[in-house]
Every structure is written in C-alpha cells, then in structure tokens.
Write a protein that binds this ligand. Structure first.
Ligand code: AHR
Length: 498
C-alpha cells in the first residue's frame, strides 16, 4: 500500500502527558514476588528489590504505577501489609486463587517507586470494605504527622508522607468476576460517598471512578452514565480497561484493535459529556485508561478454572509476546497519545511477568519482551504536543471492526524536535509512506527504528532474550520537507526528527 500523511504544528491535540506512559503492578502471580521483589537474588538491594528489574523499568520509561490491583484489591486489607514484616498475616487472595504473604506493602512499594522514578496511583478497596478503611489508608499514606495513622507510618519507618495524588475507587466493579461486584447504581452511590469523604480530607486528590471493564460488557455505556450521574461532582476521571488478542487466527482484525480503543474512548467521552451537560456542569471528566494491553485471555480463562491449590506467587498470566503483539501494543499507545485531549492518564497492564513487557526468572535474568520496545521508544521520543495527523491510507476489511486503515500514525512536536509513530497493518506487503513535514519545521531524520520480523509470531524467551529487537530503518529519508519511509508488513516504526 501507499499512504500519505500531513503533519502540521498548527494542528495540535493536547500536550504529551507523562501519565500516558503509566503501568500497573498488581499482587498477582509473579509480578511482585520473584518479579520486582526477590530477596536473595544476586541483584537485590537491601529492601529485596531486584535492581536488574529496576534498570529495565527505568529504560521502559513508565511514569505512574497503579497498585496494588486489579481484582486483588477487592479482597485486600491494606493494614495487613504495613508494619513489621514478620507480623504480617498470610491471606487467601480469592481473585487469583493464591496466597498473599504481604511481605511487600505500601511503604516498601513506595521505596521501589523512588528507585524507578515513578508516581504511585493507589487503589482502595471499595468492593468489600467501606469509607472508613479508605479514609484510614489516606491518613496513613498522606497525613504528615500527629495523628494515629500518620504516626504509625512514621513508626513503621516512613517519616515523610507518600503524598499520593491519584486514587482509584475500586476496580472493575461492573465485572461479575469481581469480589463484591455491584450494580452501577449501588457502585455509583458508594463511590460518590467515598470520593466525597476523601476530598474532605484533601480536596486536591485526583479520583478515578470505575468505568467499564471492556467495550464488550453488556452494561457498557449505561454503566458510565449511571455511575457518573452519582459521582460527577466528586471525581476527576472515569476508567477504561481493554485487552486484545488474536482470535480464530484472524490476524487482520487483531492488528486493527486500536479501532476498538478509539470507539471505546469516543463513547465514554460522549457519555461523560452528556452527564456533565445534564448537570449543567462546566467540569470535564477525563479518562484514565488504566488497564490496556494484549492478553491471551481466552487461554487464561481455560487454565484458571483448573487452579485448585493455594500457592504463593504461582506462575499466572505469563504471556510471551510476539512481533504482532508488539505492533498492536505500539498502535494502542499511538491511539492513547492521539486522544490526549481526554485520555490524560493510562496504565499498561501490567509491568513485570504478569502480561508484562518485562519477564524474570527466579534467581535468573530479567529481559525485555517484544512489547517492551514500542512502549520504551515512544516514551523516550514523544514530547511537547501531540499533532493531529491527516492520514490518507488504503483500507482493508476486518471481520471484527469493519473497515480499518492499513497505515496508522501519530506525531508529536516539541520546540526543536518531532517524532512520528507509524504502523503498517498489511499482512503481506510493505507500505510506502510519504509524510509532509513542512508544517513541523523539521529538517533531518535523527533516528528511525522499526520493529518487524519475517516471522510475525517470533518472541523473546529465556533462551533467546533478544530474538526480536528494533532495527534501524534506513529507508527513512527527509528531503524538501517530505519524509519518505518504507514500512515492512506487520510493523511498528518510530522516526525522530530534528
Ligand atoms: O490485569 C489483570 C486483571 O485484568 C486485573 O486484575 C483486572 O482488573 C482485569 O480484569
């Protein structure tokens, strides 16, 4: 296919928001235990955190980290995970049918975040606890000193408050799999009360109310409307969650997953604005897309039902990603960037081992999955403002999403630099792309990287950790204000311009 793209620094969407590059750490499988935390590992620091993982997280360039769940949070008592470690109880985690040792809790995790230079986004258990435990956690975490719980935090070894700004009011409360799931009406009421009380303690908190667990949920749309009718005045964000995978060998549809994400965002924005208008409110609710990724969910559902034992940190959701998965992840991130006007926070789910860009072996190495690369390169190169691209591309027919463009793109522009991100969804042919960059004022290609492989199912594994890495794209040439580049079939590309 041939595609033409026009980029102009007059056509801006919104600033590039660092929170778009958030991620997610859940107490699930080996994300925490033997993932980021493994006392006795050759790279472990005094806290037991693996410094090889810290180095990869820094390279990934993730910003906020959502914690500690996920479905896990709906059965969690935060008090279990602070104070002397030897006194912390072992509990059953019903969400993932596993044992939780509570050896890592808020105070340890906050120290880990400092190592990775990330911001904490904390979820409270709205599902099975209540307003007071949420307020207690807020006092423990954020109050400076001189109250029972802030002094307890200090006694536990954390003198400075954590000063957590973003808080999630539960997780996926629309999902029947959620411990304590609710109707939209019930959840809206409890979320509104919890949010109002938390803002009595600190009016500047940024609160995220649960939206739908996916655009395919039967309650999608009505859920957002009802929940926001209750909570609109008290919250700042509504969440979206979306996972994609190739189904029935339909790679074409899978590669167009970003069109569903676009539809999801459009619908939630329209619903939120509708509720806002009905309330005659000038306030806008933004989207926290706080779970998104490729996940082989179908395979997981089949194996999860077989889980009978109660084990600590079992291998769960350890998906090994392909080149095609990385192209989709890169494309989803492009979509989030392109919607930076209303998606002002997002979290790749998750960070280590569990559907994650980083994998580890206990006592062994840590390595980058294929999906690591588009995320880390986009996080490194995107800066300044997001540019709304005008894309002229041939389309193809998908079984799942109808017509989709073969070439998709987004760009960012800063004072002295710009970056263009592209995918070619064609299964067989390279795309010849011309990009008019006169309106960006760029004059040369500083860097061009493409992720592609003749085997679109190639993966990085323990035995072959760098089987798939991005390579320089030497076809990228900028002359007379026109950037030309060839994109291999099923590929993701980033081009940095100066
Ligand atoms: O990220 C894995 C799980 O996916 C989370 O715990 C849950 O919120 C979602 O269903």
């Amino acid at each position: 296919p041939r595609a033409h793209i026009t980029l102009d620094r007059q056509a801006l969407v919104a600033p590039v928001r660092r929170r778009t590059f958030g991620s997610f750490v859940e107490h699930l499988g080996r994300c925490v235990y033997t993932g980021l935390y493994e006392p006795g590992h050759p790279t472990a620091n005094d806290d037991g955190f693996r410094m090889d993982v810290v180095a990869l997280v820094r390279e990934l360039g993730s910003s906020t980290v959502r914690y500690p769940g996920g479905n896990f949070v709906s059965g969690f008592r935060w008090e279990d995970s602070v104070g002397p470690r030897e006194q912390r109880p072992v509990r059953r985690d019903l969400a993932w049918h596993a044992l939780e040792s509570n050896q890592v809790g808020l105070d340890e995790f906050a120290r880990w975040l400092k190592l990775t230079d990330s911001e904490l986004m904390l979820a409270v258990n709205v599902a099975t606890r209540g307003i007071l435990p949420a307020l207690d956690l807020l006092e423990y975490a954020n109050h400076p000193s001189g109250t029972a719980l802030s002094d307890l935090r200090i006694a536990n070894g954390t003198p400075e408050p954590h000063d957590i700004r973003m808080w999630c009011l539960g997780n996926e409360m629309d999902g029947p799999w959620q411990t304590g799931f609710m109707t939209a009406d019930d959840y809206g009421k409890i979320a509104a009360r919890t949010a109002a009380a938390m803002k009595m303690a600190d009016k500047d908190l940024e609160l995220v109310v649960c939206g739908s667990s996916g655009s395919g949920m039967p309650t999608f749309g009505d859920w957002e409307r009802t929940v926001l009718e209750h909570t609109y005045d008290h919250v700042d964000y509504v969440s979206c969650h979306a996972y994609y995978q190739e189904l029935d060998g339909d790679l074409g549809s899978f590669l167009a997953s970003a069109t569903d994400m676009d539809f999801f965002i459009d619908t939630v924005v329209a619903t939120a604005d509708h509720v806002g208008f009905k309330k005659r409110s000038t306030k806008k609710i933004n989207i926290s897309f706080d779970e998104w990724n490729v996940w082989y969910l179908k395979e997981h559902m089949e194996s999860q039902q077989a889980e009978t034992e109660w084990r600590h940190a079992p291998r769960q959701l350890e998906d090994t990603y392909t080149v095609a998965d990385a192209v989709v992840v890169g494309n989803l991130l492009m979509t989030l960037l392109r919607r930076s006007d209303r998606v002002t926070s997002a979290s790749l789910a998750q960070l280590v081992n569990v559907i994650a860009p980083i994998r580890t072996e206990p006592g062994g190495p840590a390595w980058r999955q294929t999906t690591f690369h588009p995320f880390s390169i986009t996080s490194r190169l995107a800066s300044g403002e997001v540019v709304r691209p005008v894309i002229e591309s041939p389309v193809y027919e998908t079984a799942r999403y109808g017509e989709a463009a073969l070439v998709d793109a987004v760009a960012t522009v800063d004072e002295d630099r710009a970056a263009v991100f592209l995918v070619n969804r064609d299964l067989a042919e390279a795309a010849q792309v011309t990009i008019d960059v006169r309106g960006l004022g760029s004059s040369r290609v500083a860097e061009a990287l493409t992720l592609a492989d003749p085997d679109v199912y190639a993966k990085n594994t323990l035995d072959d950790q760098n089987r798939v890495v991005p390579a320089a794209n030497t076809t990228a040439v900028l002359a007379d204000g026109v950037l030309t580049v060839t994109l291999p079939p099923v590929s993701w590309t980033a081009i940095a311009l100066r």
